[in-house]
Design a protein around this ligand. Structure first.
Ligand code: SAM
Length: 234
Protein backbone atom coordinates (compact mmCIF):
# COMPACT_ATOMS: atom_id res chain seq x y z
CA UNK A 1 0.00 0.00 0.00
CA UNK A 2 1.26 3.48 -0.87
CA UNK A 3 2.65 5.40 2.13
CA UNK A 4 3.26 2.23 4.10
CA UNK A 5 6.89 1.86 5.12
CA UNK A 6 8.17 -1.66 4.55
CA UNK A 7 11.91 -1.23 4.88
CA UNK A 8 14.82 1.07 5.74
CA UNK A 9 15.03 2.50 2.22
CA UNK A 10 11.37 3.48 2.21
CA UNK A 11 11.84 5.15 5.60
CA UNK A 12 14.79 7.13 4.21
CA UNK A 13 12.77 8.05 1.10
CA UNK A 14 10.06 9.46 3.36
CA UNK A 15 12.60 11.44 5.44
CA UNK A 16 14.17 12.76 2.22
CA UNK A 17 10.90 14.48 1.34
CA UNK A 18 11.24 16.61 4.50
CA UNK A 19 14.95 17.34 4.44
CA UNK A 20 16.79 16.87 1.14
CA UNK A 21 16.88 19.71 -1.36
CA UNK A 22 14.69 18.32 -4.13
CA UNK A 23 15.96 17.61 -7.62
CA UNK A 24 14.10 20.71 -8.87
CA UNK A 25 16.18 22.91 -6.56
CA UNK A 26 19.44 21.77 -8.16
CA UNK A 27 17.96 21.81 -11.66
CA UNK A 28 16.97 25.48 -11.26
CA UNK A 29 20.23 26.31 -9.51
CA UNK A 30 22.27 25.83 -12.71
CA UNK A 31 19.89 27.58 -15.16
CA UNK A 32 21.70 30.92 -14.89
CA UNK A 33 25.36 30.17 -15.59
CA UNK A 34 26.38 33.83 -15.04
CA UNK A 35 25.55 33.76 -11.32
CA UNK A 36 28.47 34.69 -9.07
CA UNK A 37 28.91 31.25 -7.54
CA UNK A 38 32.54 30.42 -6.67
CA UNK A 39 32.38 26.84 -7.97
CA UNK A 40 30.84 27.89 -11.31
CA UNK A 41 34.38 28.70 -12.53
CA UNK A 42 35.79 25.85 -14.56
CA UNK A 43 38.83 25.23 -12.35
CA UNK A 44 39.54 22.11 -10.26
CA UNK A 45 39.81 21.89 -6.49
CA UNK A 46 43.29 22.57 -5.16
CA UNK A 47 42.95 19.36 -3.09
CA UNK A 48 42.50 17.28 -6.22
CA UNK A 49 45.33 18.96 -8.10
CA UNK A 50 47.74 18.61 -5.19
CA UNK A 51 47.12 14.90 -4.54
CA UNK A 52 47.38 14.24 -8.26
CA UNK A 53 50.53 16.29 -8.83
CA UNK A 54 52.25 14.92 -5.71
CA UNK A 55 51.68 11.40 -7.01
CA UNK A 56 49.65 10.50 -3.88
CA UNK A 57 47.02 9.14 -6.25
CA UNK A 58 47.95 7.61 -9.56
CA UNK A 59 45.60 7.62 -12.48
CA UNK A 60 42.92 4.97 -12.67
CA UNK A 61 39.15 4.97 -12.37
CA UNK A 62 37.35 7.74 -10.48
CA UNK A 63 33.80 8.30 -9.29
CA UNK A 64 32.69 11.86 -8.62
CA UNK A 65 29.63 12.26 -6.39
CA UNK A 66 27.53 15.40 -7.03
CA UNK A 67 29.80 16.50 -9.87
CA UNK A 68 27.75 19.59 -10.87
CA UNK A 69 29.07 21.09 -14.14
CA UNK A 70 32.03 18.76 -14.01
CA UNK A 71 35.07 20.96 -13.35
CA UNK A 72 36.80 18.24 -11.27
CA UNK A 73 35.70 15.31 -13.41
CA UNK A 74 37.06 17.15 -16.45
CA UNK A 75 40.39 17.82 -14.71
CA UNK A 76 40.72 14.10 -13.94
CA UNK A 77 39.80 13.13 -17.51
CA UNK A 78 42.35 15.61 -18.88
CA UNK A 79 44.94 13.86 -16.74
CA UNK A 80 44.23 10.39 -18.03
CA UNK A 81 41.60 9.16 -15.58
CA UNK A 82 38.52 7.20 -16.56
CA UNK A 83 35.73 9.12 -14.86
CA UNK A 84 32.14 8.38 -13.87
CA UNK A 85 30.54 11.60 -12.64
CA UNK A 86 27.06 11.58 -11.14
CA UNK A 87 24.65 14.37 -10.32
CA UNK A 88 20.95 14.66 -9.66
CA UNK A 89 20.65 17.85 -11.71
CA UNK A 90 20.28 17.48 -15.47
CA UNK A 91 21.11 21.17 -16.09
CA UNK A 92 24.51 20.78 -14.43
CA UNK A 93 25.28 17.66 -16.47
CA UNK A 94 24.35 19.38 -19.74
CA UNK A 95 26.81 22.15 -18.82
CA UNK A 96 29.41 19.53 -17.93
CA UNK A 97 28.94 17.77 -21.29
CA UNK A 98 29.50 21.08 -23.10
CA UNK A 99 32.65 21.78 -21.09
CA UNK A 100 34.03 18.30 -21.72
CA UNK A 101 33.36 18.69 -25.45
CA UNK A 102 35.17 22.05 -25.51
CA UNK A 103 38.19 20.46 -23.80
CA UNK A 104 38.03 17.38 -26.01
CA UNK A 105 37.83 14.94 -23.10
CA UNK A 106 35.47 12.13 -22.27
CA UNK A 107 33.60 11.94 -18.96
CA UNK A 108 30.82 9.46 -18.30
CA UNK A 109 28.22 11.85 -16.86
CA UNK A 110 25.43 9.99 -15.06
CA UNK A 111 22.07 11.54 -14.17
CA UNK A 112 21.06 9.91 -10.90
CA UNK A 113 20.63 10.24 -7.18
CA UNK A 114 23.80 8.87 -5.57
CA UNK A 115 21.65 6.75 -3.25
CA UNK A 116 19.74 5.13 -6.08
CA UNK A 117 22.46 4.44 -8.63
CA UNK A 118 24.15 1.11 -9.17
CA UNK A 119 27.78 1.13 -8.06
CA UNK A 120 30.08 -1.64 -9.14
CA UNK A 121 31.82 -3.07 -6.07
CA UNK A 122 35.53 -2.23 -5.77
CA UNK A 123 35.61 -0.56 -9.19
CA UNK A 124 37.22 2.76 -8.25
CA UNK A 125 40.68 4.01 -7.25
CA UNK A 126 39.28 7.39 -6.22
CA UNK A 127 35.96 8.72 -5.00
CA UNK A 128 35.81 12.49 -5.11
CA UNK A 129 33.22 14.84 -3.65
CA UNK A 130 33.37 18.60 -3.62
CA UNK A 131 30.31 20.12 -2.02
CA UNK A 132 27.80 17.26 -2.21
CA UNK A 133 28.41 15.59 1.15
CA UNK A 134 27.38 18.66 3.19
CA UNK A 135 23.97 18.57 1.47
CA UNK A 136 23.39 14.99 2.61
CA UNK A 137 20.90 14.65 5.46
CA UNK A 138 22.03 12.78 8.60
CA UNK A 139 19.78 9.77 7.94
CA UNK A 140 21.64 9.23 4.64
CA UNK A 141 25.17 9.57 6.03
CA UNK A 142 25.67 5.93 6.80
CA UNK A 143 24.43 5.04 3.30
CA UNK A 144 26.96 7.56 1.98
CA UNK A 145 29.94 5.97 3.77
CA UNK A 146 28.76 2.51 2.71
CA UNK A 147 28.48 3.73 -0.87
CA UNK A 148 32.05 5.06 -0.81
CA UNK A 149 33.29 1.85 0.80
CA UNK A 150 31.54 -0.30 -1.80
CA UNK A 151 32.84 1.81 -4.69
CA UNK A 152 36.50 1.85 -3.63
CA UNK A 153 39.13 -0.78 -4.28
CA UNK A 154 41.38 -1.74 -1.37
CA UNK A 155 44.01 0.98 -1.16
CA UNK A 156 41.68 3.44 -2.96
CA UNK A 157 41.11 6.98 -1.74
CA UNK A 158 38.26 9.30 -0.86
CA UNK A 159 38.91 13.02 -1.29
CA UNK A 160 36.29 15.38 0.05
CA UNK A 161 35.67 19.13 0.21
CA UNK A 162 32.88 20.27 2.53
CA UNK A 163 31.63 23.29 4.46
CA UNK A 164 33.42 23.79 7.74
CA UNK A 165 31.20 24.47 10.75
CA UNK A 166 30.18 28.14 10.74
CA UNK A 167 32.11 28.84 7.54
CA UNK A 168 31.69 32.07 5.58
CA UNK A 169 29.88 30.39 2.64
CA UNK A 170 27.62 28.12 4.66
CA UNK A 171 28.10 25.28 7.06
CA UNK A 172 25.31 25.27 9.59
CA UNK A 173 26.51 24.60 13.12
CA UNK A 174 23.60 22.41 14.13
CA UNK A 175 23.13 18.97 15.62
CA UNK A 176 21.67 16.10 13.64
CA UNK A 177 18.58 16.26 15.86
CA UNK A 178 18.19 19.96 15.01
CA UNK A 179 17.95 19.06 11.33
CA UNK A 180 14.79 17.08 12.05
CA UNK A 181 13.45 19.56 14.62
CA UNK A 182 13.62 22.35 12.05
CA UNK A 183 13.14 20.29 8.89
CA UNK A 184 16.12 21.94 7.23
CA UNK A 185 19.82 21.54 6.47
CA UNK A 186 20.04 25.38 6.46
CA UNK A 187 21.84 25.39 3.14
CA UNK A 188 24.33 22.67 4.08
CA UNK A 189 25.78 21.23 7.27
CA UNK A 190 29.17 22.30 8.57
CA UNK A 191 31.81 19.80 9.68
CA UNK A 192 34.99 19.84 11.71
CA UNK A 193 37.92 17.43 11.71
CA UNK A 194 36.68 15.37 14.66
CA UNK A 195 33.28 14.78 13.07
CA UNK A 196 34.75 13.80 9.72
CA UNK A 197 37.09 11.34 11.45
CA UNK A 198 34.13 9.81 13.25
CA UNK A 199 31.88 9.64 10.20
CA UNK A 200 34.60 8.12 8.00
CA UNK A 201 36.15 5.99 10.75
CA UNK A 202 36.06 2.90 8.52
CA UNK A 203 38.82 4.60 6.46
CA UNK A 204 42.32 5.72 7.40
CA UNK A 205 42.41 9.54 7.72
CA UNK A 206 45.44 10.63 5.70
CA UNK A 207 44.96 14.38 5.97
CA UNK A 208 42.15 16.66 7.13
CA UNK A 209 42.60 20.41 7.27
CA UNK A 210 40.87 23.73 6.78
CA UNK A 211 41.25 25.23 3.32
CA UNK A 212 43.01 28.51 2.80
CA UNK A 213 42.09 31.08 0.15
CA UNK A 214 43.84 30.73 -3.16
CA UNK A 215 43.77 33.33 -5.90
CA UNK A 216 41.87 31.82 -8.81
CA UNK A 217 44.56 33.15 -11.20
CA UNK A 218 46.47 30.05 -10.03
CA UNK A 219 43.89 27.96 -11.88
CA UNK A 220 42.66 26.12 -8.80
CA UNK A 221 39.71 26.46 -6.43
CA UNK A 222 40.30 26.85 -2.70
CA UNK A 223 38.38 29.01 -0.23
CA UNK A 224 38.66 29.52 3.49
CA UNK A 225 35.42 28.36 5.09
CA UNK A 226 35.78 24.91 3.60
CA UNK A 227 37.41 21.80 5.01
CA UNK A 228 39.26 19.25 2.90
CA UNK A 229 39.72 15.63 3.83
CA UNK A 230 41.60 12.74 2.33
CA UNK A 231 41.04 9.12 3.36
CA UNK A 232 42.41 5.76 2.32
CA UNK A 233 40.57 2.44 2.29
CA UNK A 234 42.83 -0.13 3.95
C1 SAM B 1 27.47 22.57 -4.11
S1 SAM B 1 27.16 21.66 -5.60
C2 SAM B 1 28.81 21.18 -6.07
C3 SAM B 1 28.95 20.82 -7.52
C4 SAM B 1 30.34 20.35 -7.96
N1 SAM B 1 30.83 19.24 -7.17
C5 SAM B 1 31.37 21.46 -7.94
O1 SAM B 1 32.07 21.58 -6.93
O2 SAM B 1 31.46 22.21 -8.91
C6 SAM B 1 26.47 20.14 -4.97
C7 SAM B 1 26.01 19.19 -6.06
O3 SAM B 1 25.57 17.97 -5.48
C8 SAM B 1 24.45 17.51 -6.23
N2 SAM B 1 23.66 16.60 -5.37
C9 SAM B 1 23.11 16.88 -4.17
N3 SAM B 1 22.49 15.79 -3.68
C10 SAM B 1 22.67 14.79 -4.60
C11 SAM B 1 22.27 13.42 -4.66
N4 SAM B 1 21.56 12.87 -3.68
N5 SAM B 1 22.64 12.70 -5.74
C12 SAM B 1 23.35 13.26 -6.75
N6 SAM B 1 23.76 14.56 -6.74
C13 SAM B 1 23.42 15.32 -5.68
C14 SAM B 1 23.71 18.77 -6.64
O4 SAM B 1 22.88 18.59 -7.76
C15 SAM B 1 24.87 19.73 -6.91
O5 SAM B 1 25.25 19.74 -8.26
Amino acid sequence: MKETIHNEEELFDMLDTYIREPEEFWTDFYRDRDKQIPFFKNIPDELLVSIHKDGIITKGKALELGCGPGRNAIYLAENGWEVDAVDISMTSLQWGEERALEKGVSVNFIHDNIFKMHVEEGAYDLVFDSGCFHHIAPHRRLSYTRLVDRALKKGGHLALTAFMKGGSFGGADMSDWDVYRTGSLRGGMGYDKKQLMEIFSRFEAVDIRLMEDLDESQGMFALSGLIKAFFRKE
